[in-house]
Design a protein around this ligand. Structure first.
Ligand code: SF4
Length: 310
């Protein structure tokens, strides 16, 4: 048994299992216009994995069967899947709430022309990933993306996102690379000032997402000989009170090829569902999957640090 599973077993054995399926997370592909240092999917412009229309149609059928509270679309940059409009239109046509996770810069790409208007018309909520600060970007060698993020945020605001009666606009923040878990309150105050106070861009809330030591982020920690110390820091920040709210306990993920996973982090790390579980969207069985045992690993400590994440 790995250290995280032991910690859960000791704190709350009921948390070893999922409770229900409220969210269908759908990863439509790994292509991205950026190659961020914190990315747990190692996404980049060179990745070619992409969800087909056939898998999208199977996702819509599962949504009709499960009736989740949310279909949460992620990637890569979902905007770069040429059939993203098909997925959104089909799922929204079934009456399901949809959220799109975006790095913002992909909304400005040629592939995403007209997408902001389409998202607003279909009342799709947005969870936008924003770099902590421009200085952090420069330090991380990612180039000046902060200004392009602001441009996309302004376009979203003009389309009505982030202020009622428009769709929700939430901000997701990954702490600076190599930083450990940071308090939600500090970061929310920072973005209320930077975005609303200084620039007049309104939004609903800020989610702080602890960097999960998987994919490119794990490799960069390993290269800098920081992996062990980062894992230790996450372990020491373990908060048993977060176990009730672990997203994997109320969510299941469908990847671009139709395979099923406990969460996007497990997908990035290649940790499949528990043995004996249906493994593909074509075999989806809600009664089995809603109470499945979750496959935990050491990276799960990122979800239980401080106030929790993931
Ligand atoms: S990484 Fe995934 S499986 Fe592990 S605790 Fe977080 S959401 Fe659950």
């Amino acid at each position: 048994m790995n250290a995280f599973t032991c910690a859960v077993h000791e704190a709350d054995p009921s948390a070893l299992h999922a409770r229900r399926i409220d969210t269908l997370m759908v990863n439509v592909g790994l292509r991205c216009d950026q190659a961020c240092g914190h990315c747990h999917q190692s996404s980049s412009p060179d990745r070619t994995e992409v969800m087909s229309r056939d898998v999208m149609d199977a996702v819509a059928r599962v949504a009709d069967q499960v009736r989740p509270a949310l279909v949460d679309i992620t990637g890569g940059a979902p905007e770069l899947n040429p059939d993203i409009g098909h997925l959104i239109g089909t799922v929204r046509g079934g009456g399901h709430a949809v959220r799109l996770r975006t790095n913002l810069t992909a909304l400005l790409s040629a592939e995403a022309t007209g997408l902001i208007t389409y998202l607003a018309k279909n009342e799709v909520a947005i969870l936008a990933s924003v770099p902590m600060t421009p200085e952090a970007e420069v330090a991380a060698g990612r180039g000046p993306v902060f200004d392009r993020c602001l441009t996309a945020l302004r376009l979203l605001a003009e389309a009505g996102f982030g202020s009622r009666p428009g769709p929700r606009l939430d901000i997701a923040v990954n702490p600076t690379q190599d930083a450990g878990p940071i308090s939600q309150r500090e970061i929310e105050a920072h973005f209320r000032e930077e975005l609303t106070g200084v620039r007049g861009i309104t939004f609903d809330s800020v989610l702080v997402i602890t960097n999960v030591p998987v994919g490119r982020y794990r490799e960069s920690l390993r290269r800098g000989s920081n992996l062990d110390s980062y894992l230790r820091e996450l372990r020491e920040a373990f908060n048993p009170e977060t176990l009730t709210h672990l997203s994997c306990r109320t969510c299941i993920e469908i990847a671009w090829d139709g395979t099923l996973w406990d969460c996007d982090f497990n997908l990035g790390h290649g940790v499949g569902l528990a043995p004996g579980m249906p493994s593909h969207v074509s075999e989806f069985d809600t009664s089995v999957l809603a109470n499945r045992p979750v496959r935990f690993a050491e990276h799960c400590f990122a979800c239980t640090a401080l106030a929790g994440s993931g």
